[in-house]
Design a protein around this ligand. Structure first.
Ligand SMILES: [Zn+2]
Length: 159
């Protein structure tokens, strides 16, 4: 049984259909009998301030200033988008806890590795990889990033 984090909150209506793929993956996985789904709790937003600048985190949380709040690429900013991003990052924390408990887990997520200290980019709002390192400081974190290009945000935050 694979423990997988997912929530319908992971979706937000934006100018792209990018977030729709998360539900599609969850729907396909739910057809089998090898996945146990876990809905994450709310994210402790204080962790975000340990990774990103206060100015940037505040922008994403409030929607102001609009240019900074949407700099990662998803538009327009709205409460649903904010909640989706926070929920996806909360899923990172929950998935890590499940991995510590069971050896392996997954979070049906997107958008982490281009988020730097000052701002997100390329549809990566917060760096959910650095988030794990901050949330579990006693653990050693290894990032295996299989994207076709480099996760510049992760590289910056790891330096
Ligand atoms: Zn990328």
């Amino acid at each position: 049984m694979l423990n997988v984090c997912y929530s319908p909150k992971y979706f937000a209506h934006t100018h792209t259909n990018s977030m729709e793929k998360l539900k599609a993956i969850a729907d396909q996985l739910s057809l089998g009998d090898f996945v146990k789904f876990h809905e994450p709790d709310d994210l402790d937003c204080n962790l975000l301030y340990e990774i990103h600048s206060e100015k940037y985190v505040n922008a994403v949380l409030t929607g102001e200033p609009t240019k900074l709040a949407t700099i990662a690429g998803f538009k327009p900013w709205c409460e649903q988008l904010k909640n989706a991003v926070l929920s996806i990052n909360a899923g990172q924390i929950r998935a890590a806890e499940l991995a510590f408990e069971h050896g392996i887990s997954a979070n049906i997520a997107q958008g982490f590795h281009h988020a730097t200290y000052d701002f997100g980019g390329s549809f990566c709002t917060f760096n959910g990889l650095a988030l794990i390192a901050k949330a579990f400081p006693s653990k050693r974190v290894f990032v295996l990033d299989c994207d076709q290009h480099m996760g510049d945000g992760t590289v910056e935050l790891a330096s």
